[in-house]
Design a protein around this ligand. Structure first.
Ligand code: GAL
Length: 429
């Protein structure tokens, strides 16, 4: 069922409501009435897509701090499985439109947040910034991305980096490659991908559509450079230009080195192929760092990482951010959750387990991993650009169209010229 457009949702009516009821039951939300919002009670339903594995471990760490800070409240897990919110976002939208908001939900800082603001689905929480002392705790440019017309609509929990290659040193050595080699460009990288191909191992592991869009954004960034990549989102780079054609040709070549079973997998499966020594390289956001840690891979003999070739010095950014929905059944409980999310203690515990870095500038990161220390440094010195696949660069409707066009292309249902014009049309809106 495709629940993407608002119109189709309105038309669905009772169907969506029934689906909603089922979901509430699954998540253990026993709130009696969800229509008015603003009431208090012990249960706080937190809606995310951190349902399993290392992502759930990150959420659990945050819940641990919440339980300490708010022992009178009870966390209710409203997580819906599927990386990058691939299933959660549609279901969330159906709930919001059916008047069944969770108490708080995960969104991305940037254009995605604007969707919820435009639809009047989330509330201004700037008062909480004053109350919890958050105004100076976050970098000013991050606050800017969360602010619209002077109002702030969410509390960020973290900063993730999207343009990271994760690799298996053992598979590289088997292919005669130096694990310490650096690749300046996609062309350089292709030489290494060819060498791995010769061994019979998978050169580059990838998973279902959203991970292919994630790969696409990093290839666009590598091929175009930061400025022209940014121009894709503000209209100053022409999607029909020959530079974009070259970038898409690079994407096509790179996809040729990936595993055939990709469409049936989610990101942890593709990361696992690196851990298991079945694949050489994987491009994924640094939530993968948490998956390596969970698998006991902690040293450079176990795994290595570097910016996607051609993107050194650029930090492809996204931030998870928690909201106060209009009609939240337990507003006071949601505010307590936002207090924990924004606290230095909450950010330290959550990010250490999640692979990301705190959005706060003053959280204690002394025991973070070497990868995370490198990300903290890069965040402070690199050029920052916005992630496409994770809501920073475009509204949800645009991303959905980009995803459909990408899936058609990578499954052979469209050619490169069609792909390029479909991407141009998606972003033009
Ligand atoms: C991103 C989210 C990350 C991580 C990832 C994979 O969209 O911001 O926190 O969960 O999806 O599911």
């Amino acid at each position: 069922m495709n629940l993407r457009s608002k119109k189709s949702l309105m038309a669905l009516g009772a169907g969506a409501a029934a689906l909603t009821l089922g979901l509430s039951a699954c998540s253990g939300d026993t709130s009696e009435s969800n229509d008015g919002g603003g009431s208090s009670g012990p249960e706080v339903e937190v809606f995310t897509w951190w349902a399993a594995g290392s992502e759930k471990a990150g959420l659990d760490a945050l819940v641990g701090v919440f339980n300490e800070q708010h022992p009178d409240l009870e966390f209710v897990n409203g997580a819906v499985a599927g990386g990058a919110g691939s299933a959660a976002k549609d279901l969330l939208q159906s709930r919001l439109q059916a008047g069944d908001a969770p108490d708080t939900f995960q969104a991305h800082a940037g254009a995605e947040l604007q969707d919820y603001i435009d639809a009047a689905q989330i509330q201004d929480v700037s008062d909480l910034y004053s109350e919890f002392g958050l105004t100076d705790a976050f970098p000013a440019d991050l606050i800017d991305r969360l602010t619209v017309d002077g109002a702030i609509y969410s509390v960020p929990s973290n900063i993730h980096r999207a343009n990271v290659v994760w690799a298996s040193p053992a598979v590289l050595e088997e292919a005669g490659l130096d694990p310490e080699a650096e690749y300046e460009s996609i062309d350089d990288w292709i030489v290494a991908l060819d060498a791995v191909q010769e061994t019979g191992k998978t050169p580059l592991s990838v998973a279902t559509t959203w991970t292919q869009v994630h790969l696409l954004e990093t290839v666009l960034l590598s091929s175009l450079g930061a400025e022209d990549y940014n121009g894709l989102w503000d209209g100053s780079t022409d999607w029909e230009s020959s530079e974009v054609t070259t970038a898409l040709e690079n994407f096509e070549i790179i996809m040729g080195y990936t595993n055939d079973d990709r469409d049936g997998l989610d990101w942890p499966d593709a990361t696992q192929q690196i851990i298991d020594g079945q694949a050489a390289f994987n491009v994924m956001g640094d939530w993968a760092e948490a998956a390596f840690a969970e698998a006991g891979a902690t040293s450079p003999e176990d795994y290595i990482y570097f910016p996607v070739p051609g993107t050194a010095g650029v930090f492809d950014f996204l931030a998870d951010s928690f909201t106060l929905p209009v009609g939240a059944p337990n507003e006071d409980g949601a505010k307590a959750w936002l207090e924990t999310v924004g606290s230095a203690e909450g950010q330290a515990a959550f990010n250490k387990a999640k692979g990301s870095i705190p959005a706060r500038t003053d959280a204690d990161t002394s025991d973070f991993s070497p990868y995370q220390q490198s990300a903290i440094e890069a965040w402070g010195s690199d050029v920052i650009v916005s992630s496409l696949a994770h809501g920073a660069a475009t509204p949800v409707a645009t991303l959905n169209q980009v995803s459909d066009a990408t899936s058609k292309f990578t499954t052979g249902a469209s050619d490169l010229a069609t792909f390029q014009s479909e991407l141009a049309a998606a972003v033009a809106g």
